[in-house]
Design a binder for this molecule. Structure first.
Ligand SMILES: [Zn+2]
Ligand SMILES: [Zn+2]
Length: 332
């Protein structure tokens, strides 16, 4: 899943898993512009496109190279880094950090291109309480689910945005100026702001001239057992999440197979979206064992439980799978 977060002031690009062909619709520059890569887990169908990502970014120094993944990601990705001949790299610099998400801490490993990625440098761990990234305009949370190995579920939430109500400014006779930025960013400690030489209460100014728009949100759920315990944990963590992008490996009648392989069915995905109170469900990662007719039936089965269910926009011209860009989400 590729997520673009455009807050107006800044643009962030986040990639969730990197299966075979998932970057094929992006240009070289687009791939170089990806800020962070998040792996749910490292089964090969989620990593098959990593060579392409790494080819574009191995010596990137314009921005940090950061990858999040479950425990063990550092060792597996170091093998990927070292899986090439490095003999012309001495003049190049590239630092990569793999941040492993453990139950209560984040463990980061650093690898250097100048060392041909031969050394895993252990960095100081940090406590982890669910939030991986807390940026000024968005957050990314992670929750470890059970796929007979940890598979991380991710939630991206845009923070609420404050906009100036221009007509209210005119009504109150307040001239725009730097004080508006001060008002938007005001902390609770700031009680008064001076506007055109007159002191105003921050709280009453905020009430009258700021309109607050709630942020968008999207969750990425793939490859785990969806039982009652998983459903209730997700319902808690994903509360209020608008879009759920969820694997739908098996059809409704193959629930036993899904449980045995620690995967989901289309109807379990729909149950999850319903329980969370989402607005929209996007199904992906359908098994190749089924024909397109069966996929159509899986979509209908999910819609029966959760009507706002669809496949990603890029389908059905391409076969559903983890390799395709599953959903693009942009906040205008
Ligand atoms: Zn898997
Ligand atoms: Zn998979």
């Amino acid at each position: 899943m590729f997520v673009r977060i455009d807050s107006g002031q800044s643009l962030h690009r986040l990639l969730f898993d990197c299966g075979d062909g998932c970057l094929s619709s992006l240009t070289f520059a687009d791939i170089q512009a990806i800020d962070v890569l998040f792996f749910s887990h490292l089964h090969m169908d989620h990593v098959g496109g990593f060579d392409n990502f790494f080819r574009c970014n191995f010596s990137r120094d314009a921005k940090p190279n950061v990858i999040f993944g479950p425990p063990g990601s550092g060792q597996i990705l170091q093998h990927r880094f070292q899986g090439y001949l490095w003999n012309l790299h001495q003049e190049l610099r590239g630092t990569w950090r793999i941040c492993e998400v453990h139950s209560d801490r984040l463990q980061t490993w650093r690898y250097e291109l100048v060392e041909a990625f031969s050394v895993a440098h252990e960095e100081d761990g940090k406590p982890f309480h669910g939030v991986l990234i807390d940026a000024p305009d968005f957050t990314v949370e992670a929750l470890a689910m059970d796929h007979l190995t940890p598979s991380l579920a991710y939630v991206v939430r845009e923070k609420p945005r404050s906009n100036i109500d221009v007509s209210e400014l005119q009504t109150l006779g307040l001239r725009p100026g730097p004080w508006l930025k001060q008002l938007k960013e005001a902390t609770p400690a700031l009680e008064f702001i001076e506007v055109n030489g007159v002191s105003h209460s921050v709280s009453s100014l905020r009430q009258s001239v700021l309109t607050v728009t709630p942020g968008d949100s999207v969750a990425y759920l793939t490859d785990f057992l969806m039982d009652e315990s998983a459903l209730s944990r997700l319902a808690e963590t994903l509360r209020g999440c608008k879009i759920i992008v969820c694997e739908s490996q098996y059809c409704r009648t193959d629930q036993e197979l899904a449980q045995r392989n620690y995967h989901m069915t289309c109807t379990l995905a729909a149950e999850a979206a319903k329980r969370v109170g989402a607005e929209e469900l996007v199904l992906f990662h359908l098994s190749d064992r089924y024909t397109p007719d069966v996929w159509a039936g899986m979509l209908r089965d999910a819609q029966h439980i959760f009507p706002s269910t669809r496949f990603p926009d890029a389908w059905p011209t391409r076969r559903p799978g983890v390799g395709n860009p599953q959903a693009s989400w942009a906040v205008p």
